[in-house]
Design a protein around this ligand. Structure first.
Ligand SMILES: [Cu+2]
Length: 106
């Protein structure tokens, strides 16, 4: 168990340090919303949505599937394109699934 904890810490701390523009988020918040793998399928500017083929999203109780998400920041729609691989967290806002944070994945 101790080894697993050390491994998790070593994996999560560098990721946190790299994204200090998200300094407004506390460490506890980051822990609550682990990043999930996603493949961008489509950007729908008019609807303000992004279609993502995503892995398991425990934060909103979803199994892997392809679906549309709202975004916490509309400028992301101009930064992402179909084919991009991301790692992201999602939350429910007003009954809609919304991407609350993402990073580019290799
Ligand atoms: Cu889904």
């Amino acid at each position: 168990m101790r080894l697993l904890l050390a491994l998790l810490l070593s994996l999560s701390l560098p990721a946190f340090a790299q994204h200090d523009h998200h300094a407004g988020h506390t460490a506890a918040e980051m822990k609550e919303a682990p990043l999930t793998e996603g493949l961008v399928k489509k950007i729908n500017l008019a609807a303000g949505e992004i279609v993502i083929q995503h892995g398991q999203l425990d934060s909103i109780g979803m199994p892997p599937m392809t679906m549309a998400f709202g975004v916490a920041d509309k400028t992301w729609l101009g930064k992402l394109k179909a084919g991009d691989r991301i790692r992201f967290s999602a939350e429910m806002k007003g009954g809609n699934a919304v991407v609350s944070r993402y990073v580019m994945a290799k």
